[in-house]
Design a protein around this ligand. Structure first.
Ligand SMILES: Cc1cc2nc3c(=O)[nH]c(=O)nc-3n(C[C@H](O)[C@H](O)[C@H](O)COP(=O)(O)OP(=O)(O)OC[C@H]3O[C@@H](n4cnc5c(N)ncnc54)[C@H](O)[C@@H]3O)c2cc1C
Length: 421
């Protein structure tokens, strides 16, 4: 495809495309984009990023800081609501190069979580933070310093003489797909992902803070996590001051609605949510997204186009945490662009300690699933196994690295019958 001219329509291009822009004046931009006919008529940048979530804004920030002219083209207008629990594990702050004190939005730190599994309740020491996505994403996008083109759903991509032309209007030699699960760059230029996505439903809504405080199981910010009996997903109930965030995620997208209904009923009937939550919880939003699979990294880049975050399918294989891998992949992608070494992106990502942990977690889960298949389905785990499961989940939920990762990797390689990697 390199060097050829190709137009890819991603969605019906009949939508009105408002061109409200913020940031610096794009028409005055200088760039290294080739001076072809299309590139001359289009507004030129060094890099175009499609999607302004944490993956896109993290990538943009690193590129802008290095002096590149960067446009982030975003379908929605920010601040926008993105279905998300707003759980941030500790490494996210480091990846964002942001301290909690510096962050102007609401932060709810927690040092304990309340896990419920097979009718037993556990209060477990673990740590992390909750934020509100509507605030975080807006802050990160503005902080990136990129030119933000909002309210513009990208509908066509064209490859002309070494440049990517977006909707005939914007051109750049580098194109980053950060549009989440339905990213137009992923759909147009990259193969479909193997395997099925997971699904999550969620609602964040305002309520009376005194009523929330009277109902919640722990302190403000402490999550109540309901592990589904078959370990096919989990649900959450998170008090954030005068806000409540309640949701469900399941490995099988088909089961998410029924699991959500069961979790909502449990939280309401146990009195862990105020009665006033019943109305808001009749409406939930969500979407499907892909958990990490090493095979996804084989299609991370082509011809100067990249995928980051959900568009690449990077979420943590057990908890489905997606903000951390979105941010770190955005940064890793930007670093590959700045090195002028686009092909180094996939290998650098797979060598990242967090992504190595994800690969290991996926492998461990695969082995455990195989062991479970070998035991009788009617066998109910005993108290020790339930407690270990709840604690293991809380460990993962604090974003901690897997202890003894190297030894575990060797053990898994030996089990597979191959030489240790
Ligand atoms: C219900 C739910 C709860 C979750 N809870 C958590 C949690 O608590 N913690 C956590 O770490 N992860 C959570 N996740 C996962 C997390 O939200 C995602 O993994 C993360 O948002 C991925 O970031 P991203 O930047 O790749 O994509 P996104 O955040 O999805 O951003 C993509 C952006 O691209 C834009 N876009 C899409 N199409 C186009 C187009 N055609 N043109 C222009 N722009 C476009 C979208 O409007 C969007 O703003 C949750 C997911 C769901 C569904």
């Amino acid at each position: 495809m390199s060097g050829g001219n190709r137009l890819v329509t991603v969605v019906a291009a009949s939508e009105q495309i408002p061109r409200r822009t913020t940031g610096t004046d794009a028409s005055r931009s200088e760039s290294r984009c080739p001076q072809t006919e299309v590139a001359r008529s289009a507004i030129r940048f060094d890099a175009i990023i499609v999607g302004g979530g944490p993956g896109g804004s993290s990538c943009a920030r690193v590129l802008v800081r290095a002096g590149l002219r960067v446009a982030v083209i975003e379908r929605r207008r920010f601040p926008r609501v993105k279905p998300c629990g707003g759980w941030i594990s500790a490494p996210v702050w480091d990846e964002l190069e942001l301290s909690r004190r510096e962050y102007p939005g609401g932060v709810w730190p927690w040092r304990r979580c309340h896990v419920r599994y097979r009718g037993r309740a556990y209060r477990i020491g673990a740590r992390g933070d909750f934020i509100r996505r509507v605030e975080l994403d807006d802050f990160l996008l503005r902080r990136s310093g990129a030119q933000v083109i909002e309210g513009h759903p990208v509908s066509s991509l064209e490859r002309r003489d070494g440049a990517w032309v977006v909707d005939g209007a914007y051109a750049a030699p580098w194109l980053v797909g950060a549009g989440g699960t339905s990213c137009p760059v992923a759909r147009a230029l990259f193969p479909r992902k193997p395997g099925h996505p997971v699904a999550a439903l969620e609602r964040e809504f305002e309520a009376d803070s005194a009523e929330i405080a009277a109902a919640r199981v722990g302190a403000d910010g402490e999550p109540e996590l309901l592990l589904h009996d078959d370990l096919g997903g989990y649900s959450w109930n998170v008090p954030k001051g005068a806000w409540l965030n309640v949701g469900t995620g399941t490995a099988s997208a088909k089961r998410v609605r029924s699991a959500w209904a069961a979790a909502r009923d449990f939280f309401l009937e146990s009195g862990h949510l105020p009665e006033s939550a019943r109305g808001p919880l009749s409406q939930v939003e969500g979407h499907a997204y892909h958990l990490f699979d090493p095979a996804h990294l084989e299609s991370a880049e082509r011809d100067g186009a990249f995928l980051v975050g959900d568009s690449l399918g990077l979420a943590q294989p057990l908890t489905a945490e997606g903000i951390l891998p979105a941010v770190l992949s955005g940064r890793t992608c930007a670093e590959a662009i700045l090195r002028g070494a686009p092909r180094s992106y996939g290998p650098c990502l797979s060598a990242h300690p967090t992504i190595r942990d994800y690969a290991l977690t996926r492998e461990i889960l695969r082995v455990l699933a195989g062991m479970r298949r070998g035991t009788s389905a009617s066998r109910v785990p005993g108290p020790f196994a339930c407690s270990a499961t709840a604690r293991g989940f809380a460990w993962m939920f604090s974003g901690r690295r897997i202890p003894g990762g190297r030894l575990l990797r060797i053990a898994l390689d030996v089990r597979r019958g191959g030489p240790p990697a």
